[in-house]
Design a protein around this ligand. Sequence first.
Ligand code: SDX
Length: 427
Amino acid sequence: MAETLTIVDNRTGATYEIPVTNNTIRATDLKQVRVADAPGLSTYDPGLVNTSSVKSAVTYIDGDAGILEYRGYPIEQLAEQCTYLEVAYLLLHGELPTQEQLTQWQTVITKHTFLPENITEMVRHYRYDAHPMAVLMSAVAGMHTFYPDGREYQDEETRWRQIHRLIAKMPTLAAFAYRKGHGLPLVYPRDDRNYVQNFLTMLFQVGEPHYEVDPRLERALEVLFILHADHEQNCSANAVRAVASSGNDPYTSVSAGIGALFGPLHGAANQAVMEGLNRIGSVANVPGYIAKVKAGEERLMGFGHRVYKNYDPRARIIKKAAEEVFEVTGVNPKLQIALELEKIALEDDYFVSRKLYPNVDFYSGLIYEALGFPPEMYTVLFAIPRTSGWLAQWQEQMTDPEQKIVRPKQIYTGHRGRDVVPLAERG
Ligand code: SDX
């Protein structure tokens, strides 16, 4: 059988043979399908629900089977056996590092953890209640002013220098935004602590000379960072690629990704989940809340996914990590509300028929709250690890000869050919 589609245009009787490759057809192959001198066919796909815009080798997802792999490695094995920086190396280099490669990677990342002091001053001067995601987005964009060489991405060494800088500086920037928001003095990064230890120290050290990080909490955050590192062409990765496609540096491109992630339908869902659990208040109120969701008055945040039509494998791992964190911090009382929501939703036809399962954001907030983070920091904790995924996508975008500036078509629904009425005669 030929790997083609035969299209018969019933408007003209003409027949077209369209090649099928990678289970897709090229939209531009439809341009030949036309009536007389009218423009050829194009596709209309709001939200790009059924459109592939890139080829990528970074992350593989099978939404029906609930499979997630980074560079071919199952997320369950990576979460169990690796550190976040190991996984960041894998996403960006395509292979897991040897011990020597990992040591070099850790060393170079550690060397870049300081922020330019002007960026630190910028963070200090936001309003006291500035949302840290807005601070992160603007500060990352501002980094371009210190590293204009970011636009020389064709040079491999220069490209990697920006990648090292961004991965290294995100925890520092996030911790500074948190400390500033809580009126606390900034704690600067140290060279004698690993990536997660350094982050937790910059966040939570106050007066004690040697802030000790509980290894169980460190491991839980390491796992959460691994689970959030990449997720193929999600909304924010698409934003990074679109901005990169006009020839942009990683700072400008990643700041767009932070903006996309800040939306409650995407990364900020984790904050919305906790706000929802707070509104529900008790297990007894869950049935009433579910009724509101089914009536369309509420959206069950942390449920549903464009790709997963099965349980998000990350949610399963986070649920297990929560139990380990609660052994240290005590069980978060909102866990019972979340478990009851999940129990009812997994039995109720409204959710089952729409294949709505818990996603990565449903349980993560329970851990973040138990670790002492305020809700406005939850999406920041998503953005830090996702930076390595965004950079892996940015790197692919900038080195893919097939890619070009993103400029979709539209279906025009407005007026045509009107004459301007002089102002004095209008209305
Ligand atoms: C992330 O893409 C990624 O990979 C993202 C991510 C990543 O790692 O990068 O996985 C991270 O963003 C996870 C998703 C976090 N967002 C939320 O938890 C917000 C709540 N979820 C939804 O808003 C929704 O499920 C989306 C945005 C996640 C997916 O939206 P889709 O694929 O566009 O689906 P849809 O909105 O068209 O919904 C289909 C139906 C609709 O019902 P009908 O109109 O057919 O009657 O399902 C309903 C929706 O109303 N629905 C929900 C629902 N999600 C979908 N109803 C109630 N609660 C929900 N959460």
